[in-house]
Design a protein around this ligand. Structure first.
Ligand SMILES: *Cc1c(COP(=O)(O)O)cnc(C)c1O
Length: 503
């Protein structure tokens, strides 16, 4: 640093600074008085605890019975009539706004009858973990700043790598969700393969039509939109055909392209199908490709024996995404990336600023900030650690096993309904089916059926498309869903089939 220049700059400003710095006590007092309202008084704190608790209790008392879906977008508009302004409003008023305009419209993800998309979230213990994380305010990015928070996150990562069956050298981090974790995986794979911009046009990625769209998004965000994406043909059960994969890779090699990444699914979002992971892994190994598995929906099913049957080979992948906010029932905002060789995370995500000089002197643990895109991050470990500590792993295993059995039960029940055709036997907890009407177009009928089910809202199921066929899907994934809710879903479904047929 040029010391004399620095000193002379400050001396030319000296007079001005003295004038600026002559303390205006009155101003400071006024500012302090207002700033102090950021800290609740004892009375306000009591009110916050009491009324927020009341609100939460009320919500929990009703969450099982309120509709799974309220098809309305109008109630939330009311929120806008109370704009953000210079002065605050009362706690009662804010809770009323939340109640009237946010909490009673759209999907009730806490409902046991929410069987759409991938049911997510809702584990109450986690909410307390979040609360404590926010109150404690521990900075979970770097070991130096919060050794406990970082050890907690790393411990959870270790638990997941063990559950999956990755070797000791594996690592990872807690992300905000599956999309970000998949993006991070793509970038890790790209760096591990040393790909640079000039290589992208010849770089080939292998996936299927059922690979989650966030992988396409990830490639684009990673700057690899120009790379070649092969949709490997699937077998009759929507699984990637290993044979077709191998043939395509060989042909691509022969024509001078650069195959580098295979993305397999440990449970597709659409049909819950698990790709033949072991076969794909050996093709990846013999061709020196990175094998990434997207298990955002399905990977946690490895906790139960029924899931393990189809997921055991996940440990042969190079990287794996799991979504604790899906199949570990945590609140939205928790995903995870695991990498078989932790050493690959650093080159893809590392980086330091001068202001971080004090942070690395005595690190005994790796810090998430050097292994992931985030610096300042949510202390998300606490929302995962707290329920696992309080409840143990056993009820999670049981709940996941229950979800698989419920899906199989639903599969059987659906088959016994006149006119229903079921899709493949569920690998995990998603069942696809459609109704073939006595006359008229089946696709149209099923779209109307989905629409009517949404209008009804007691049970929430969604429609999707497999090739040119519209099907309905039922995804069993809420920890609150039990056999009675599947029975109710069947009744509601039959009501609407009957009504439409009579139309
Ligand atoms: C949900 C899902 C994703 C995306 O994860 P988000 O947490 O929603 O970002 C990716 N892949 C699969 C298979 C999913 O089910």
């Amino acid at each position: 640093m040029n010391h004399s220049a620095h000193v002379s700059t400050s001396s030319t400003n000296e007079q001005q600074n003295i004038r600026k710095n002559s303390i205006n006590h009155q101003l400071l007092e006024e500012l302090e008085e207002q700033a102090r309202t950021l800290e609740p008084t004892q009375g306000q704190l009591e009110e916050l605890f009491t009324k927020v608790e009341q609100y939460a209790r009320q919500h929990l008392a009703n969450v099982r019975e309120t509709p799974a879906f309220v098809k309305s977008q109008e109630r939330s508009v009311g929120l806008l009539s109370s704009p953000i302004s210079e002065t605050g409003i009362s706690l009662d008023e804010t809770l009323q706004l939340l109640h009237d305009h946010v909490d009673h419209e759209g999907i009730n993800s806490g409902s046991p009858r929410y069987l759409g998309y991938i049911p997510s979230g809702g584990l109450v213990h986690s909410a307390f973990g979040d609360f404590l994380a926010a109150i404690g305010g521990r900075y979970a990015g770097i070991f130096h700043s919060a050794p406990g928070a970082v050890r907690m996150e790393n411990m959870l990562v270790r638990w997941m790598t063990d559950v999956v069956g990755y070797p000791k050298r594996a690592g990872g981090y807690l992300a905000s969700g599956g999309s970000i974790a998949n993006l991070s995986a793509v970038i890790t794979a790209r760096e591990a393969h040393g790909l640079r911009g000039a290589d992208y046009d010849r770089a080939v990625i292998y996936m299927t039509d059922h690979t989650h769209h966030c992988v396409d998004k990830a490639l684009r965000i990673a700057g690899m939109g120009s790379s070649i994406c092969r949709r490997v043909p699937e077998d009759g059960h929507c699984r990637m055909s290993a044979e077709a994969l191998e043939k395509t890779i060989t042909a691509d090699r022969a024509s001078g392209l650069n195959p580098w990444l295979i993305v397999g699914s440990a449970g597709t979002t659409n049909t819950g199908t698990v790709d033949p992971l072991g076969d794909i892994a050996s093709i990846a190994r013999s061709n020196n490709l990175w094998f990434h598995v997207d298990g955002a929906y399905g990977a946690f099913f490895i906790l139960c024996p029924e899931g393990r049957e189809v997921l055991a080979d996940m440990n042969q992948s190079n990287s794996l995404v799991l979504d604790p906010h899906k199949t570990l029932f945590l609140p939205f905002g928790t995903g995870a990336l695991l990498v078989r060789d932790q050493e690959f995370l650093g080159p893809a995500h590392g980086g330091r600023g001068a202001y971080m000089l004090d942070m690395d002197s005595d690190a005994h643990e790796l810090s998430p900030a050097y292994l992931s895109p985030e610096l300042t991050k949510h202390f998300r470990g606490l929302r995962m650690w707290l329920p696992l500590k309080l409840l143990g792993v056993a009820p999670f295993r049981a709940a996941l096993s229950e979800k698989i059995h419920l899906a199989r039960y639903a599969y059987g029940q659906l088959q016994s309904i006149d006119g229903i055709q079921v899709g493949p036997y569920p690998d995990l907890s998603i069942v696809t089916y459609r109704y073939v009407p006595k006359k008229g177009d089946a696709n149209e009928f099923n779209l109307s059926l989905a629409k009517n089910l949404h209008q009804d809202g007691r049970v929430f199921m969604t429609s999707t498309q497999i090739r040119h066929t519209i099907v309905l899907r039922m995804a069993v994934g809420s920890f609150r869903t039990h056999v009675e809710h599947i029975d109710e879903a069947m009744e509601v479904l039959c009501d609407h089939i009957r009504a439409l047929e009579e139309d």
